[in-house]
Design a binder for this molecule. Structure first.
Ligand code: PMP
Length: 287
């Protein structure tokens, strides 16, 4: 496994960044998780757009142009001989001193890691996941704006810890007002009476790229889709519930806080959307 580190390709063991890197000291940086399907970087442009928007918002100067970044991704994949896998792209503020002033970090650090990935076994996509809602609340728009895919994931990690304690793979996070926001690293959808619902991102959800792909697929397949706020009650009484994310794709939920959802396994619309999603992953992106 070779890692891209600031313009060089280095072995995993040599891929180290300074303890003075503000990504390490302060979580000052941004990242993307991207999939490779059949040698294709899925939704590459969308991920890079989100990365460069996050960078602009936090005034982080990425030392590579958009085209250079795309090339760096392609080259890292090529050197690892990867056809199907996951890319983690991290840009941190770079090495500075102990103060938090970003002006002390002249150059951002750029890291690209490609790895194999299988987060859920195939049966989970048929049987659905058990999930719970947790007490951690999603950050509301401010410095921790969910639109910025920053390295500040402590909130999400607290959700993951609560998910672990409940022995479930993903959990549901609400916003400060109690509306359903998203999972620890996935967006959430529900289906009721044939209509697909997902919270609007202003509720406190990342503008997920899989989420956008599913919204687009709903339009194409003729499912009515509404972006509107909903509560846990709506989740409990939904016909279908599913999460979307780069790693998870489209994963059904069969139980939420002890309430069985629909028939207790992946519902028909979730299954259809997963199938259609898997149909577009090798065609929509950069070869
Ligand atoms: N929400 C959060 C908090 C996430 O970290 C992720 C994963 N990047 C998602 C949603 C899903 O977004 P995407 O479909 O772009 O992977």
């Amino acid at each position: 496994q070779v890692i891209y580190l600031n313009g060089q390709f280095v072995e995993k063991e040599q891929a180290v960044v300074s303890v003075f890197d503000h990504g390490f000291l302060y979580g000052d940086g941004i990242f993307e998780g991207i999939r490779i399907y059949g040698g294709n970087i899925f939704k590459c442009r969308e991920h890079l757009n989100r990365l460069y928007d996050s960078a602009k918002s936090i005034m982080l100067d990425i030392p590579l142009s958009y085209e250079e970044m795309e090339q760096a991704l392609v080259e890292t994949i090529r050197r690892n001989g990867m056809k199907d896998g996951y890319i983690r792209l991290v840009v941190s503020r770079g090495t500075g001193n102990l103060g938090l002033d970003p002006r002390r970090c002249p150059v951002a650090s750029v890291v690209i890691i490609v790895e194999q990935l299988a987060i859920y076994p195939e049966e989970a996509y048929v049987q659905g996941l058990k999930t719970v809602s947790v007490s951690s609340r999603r950050n509301i728009p401010d410095a921790l704006n969910p639109k910025i895919k920053s390295l500040n994931y402590l909130n999400n990690i607290l959700v993951k810890i609560q998910a672990n304690l409940a022995d479930v793979g993903e959990a549901i996070m609400l916003n400060a007002q109690g509306y359903v926001a998203e999972g620890s690293s996935d967006n959430i959808f529900i289906v009721k009476n044939g209509i697909v619902f997902t919270p609007p991102c202003y509720i406190g959800a990342l503008e997920g790229i899989t989420r956008a792909a599913i919204i687009e697929l709903c339009e194409k397949l003729g499912y009515k889709l509404k972006e509107e706020p909903f509560t846990l009650h709506d989740v409990y009484v939904a016909d279908e519930v599913f999460f979307t994310g780069t790693a998870a794709e489209v994963i059904a939920v069969r139980e939420v806080d002890g309430r069985i959802i629909g028939s207790g396994q992946a519902g028909p619309i979730t299954t259809h959307l997963l199938q259609e999603f898997r149909g577009i992953v090798t065609v929509d992106g950069v070869k």
